[in-house]
Write a protein that binds this ligand. Sequence first.
Ligand code: G
Ligand code: G
Ligand code: MN
Ligand code: NA
Length: 255
Amino acid sequence: LELETGLRRALDEDEFELYFQPVVDTVTGRTVGAEALVRWNSADGIVTPLRFVPVAEETGLIVPLGAWVLEEACRQTRAWALAHPEREPLRINVNLSAVQFSRPNIVAEVADTLLRTDLPPEQLCLEITETGLMADTELTIATLRELKALGVRVAIDDFGTGYSSLSYLQRFPVDVVKVDQAFTAGLGRSQVDSEIVAAVVRLAAACGITVVAEGVETVEQRRALVDLGCPLIQGYLIARPLPAGQFEDLWLARP
Ligand code: G
Ligand code: G
Ligand code: MN
Ligand code: NA
């Protein structure tokens, strides 16, 4: 309850901030995009979303918070593109919780946000967890189709941690699969994890889906992912999630 009160006040007082973690092309080394990750700058220091997102979901506060995250991520991404027209525009990944995704007006909200922020739809990718996608499959597929019709991209987040099967890659109209960091951690240590990542990369390619390996922390893991043909990586090896200014500096400092 204390956390809930704090969250309400934090929304009113603008205490949330977006951090950005680069998503990098394994072949060119270029930063092609970023994942937006919310932070709460509370009076007691920075609070991780692991603590407050579940509370926000239970209380419904995820709706206004999620709307703020989406708007701020789109606004910032558009601002970067306008400030640096010589650079390839960044793709921005925004996490949508299952609660947000299953609201009847989610597609209209996304469309309105794109209009308000003037962000080209193809620059936005919405990340939805495997578990979030499974809730109601007919409705899920219909919503995914409507989002795709807007021109935005959709990613399955934390792939491999829920009850998904590989057949989901064919069933759900998604553009990106994010391989959970647990599998990345197993690369070079667990033959099975390596085989799983290899299978996901192969199947995704066959379905026209791109793959991001999350949680890349070592050069050995990056090497293994390059060898497996994984096109995109994200993780502490490249950068931690960074405040907007630091992310921009890193983006501009690289080719
Ligand atoms: O950013 P990490 O840095 O600690 O994030 C922890 C968890 O919180 C992850 O599962 C991440 O997906 C989730 N998370 C981070 N930002 C957001 C957000 O803006 N919306 C939602 N729904 N989840 C988020
Ligand atoms: O659930 P989701 O994948 O959206 O959340 C991403 C989470 O992973 C965030 O908490 C982010 O801070 C964290 N993260 C990003 N890169 C790494 C990494 O290389 N190692 C670890 N352990 N966590 C990471
Ligand atoms: Mn994510
Ligand atoms: Na993830």
